[in-house]
Unconditional design. Structure first.
Length: 270
């Protein structure tokens, strides 16, 4: 027995624990489960649950948000909300961002968790340019409203974690169910995590690629339905979406429209 080990043994004996238990609790930067195993019980208080070098964890919710599905604009009046789903995509998201920047418009990007993890540089660009993040689940399962609560929770919270880690810890502020497949449980899961459930009023149908002119016409025809407009930057060829957005933004300004974000903490309005 070396001098250090003998010294530890004396100290351990003085406080009435075994040398093995002393060694488990004295692990420097060690694993919590290893400490628990060595002592034959639950992890001891004060043993770190994670290593300092682990990736940044998702931000904790900073505000309480309602479970109601948001449609209204924070700015009220004639403001509209631009929302963009299914990315980030390395080809189309940068083009969408370029168009938004050209017209000085901010948007909400509803991201698929694994896509965000694959393209953290795009997530960081979205945040750096003043846009907001939205959780659009792990797999875009439009039938998740018919799945178990545990499944819905994994889809929502796993995606949130991936998006926030890709963003460097920036908070995801909204949750949009794929295809609008909300449930009371999914809305509660999202709101408890600080994400306001987010709907839409104008479905541009750009996902179906009907042509840029048709997408623009849909915006013009359906805008009386409400302020939140749905586009896509992922899930396939989005060249029509980019072209339509380039035409829609100046048209909206010509109509006296301003741009906002969807309400997050206030009750929605019809």
């Amino acid at each position: 027995m070396g001098k250090y080990t003998a010294h530890v043994a004396v100290l351990a004996s003085a406080v009435g624990i075994s040398l093995a238990a002393w060694g488990a609790t004295a692990l420097v930067g060690g694993d919590e489960q290893a400490a628990a195993s060595a002592t034959g019980g639950a992890p001891r208080p004060g043993v770190p649950a994670q290593r300092a070098e682990e990736p940044v964890r998702p931000a904790k919710p900073t505000v309480r948000v309602p479970v109601g599905i948001a449609h209204a604009a924070e700015a009220g009046g004639r403001a509209v909300n631009i929302t963009i789903d299914d990315g980030p995509d390395p080809r189309w998201t940068p083009q969408m961002l370029d168009v938004l920047k050209q017209h000085d418009v901010k948007a909400v990007f509803c991201m698929i968790g694994p896509q965000a993890k694959r393209h953290p540089e795009l997530v960081k660009r979205v945040v750096a340019e003043g846009h907001r993040l939205c959780d659009h689940t792990m797999t875009h399962d439009t039938a998740m409203d018919r799945k178990s609560v545990a499944y819905q929770e994994r889809q929502i919270l796993d995606a949130r974690k991936m998006i926030e880690e890709a963003a460097g810890g920036v908070e995801v502020q909204y949750y949009r169910a794929p295809g609008g497949a909300f449930t009371p449980d999914s809305r509660k899961i999202a709101a408890t995590a600080g994400m306001r459930p987010l709907g839409w009023n104008v479905d541009t149908k750009d996902f179906e690629r009907p042509g840029a002119a048709a997408i623009v016409a849909t915006v013009k025809n359906e805008l009386p339905n409400g302020p939140t407009i749905l586009f896509h930057d992922g899930g396939g060829d989005r060249s029509q979406s980019v072209a339509a957005l380039r035409e829609v933004l100046p048209w909206l300004k010509e109509q006296g429209r301003t741009f906002s974000f969807p309400v997050r903490t206030a009750p929605d309005t019809p």
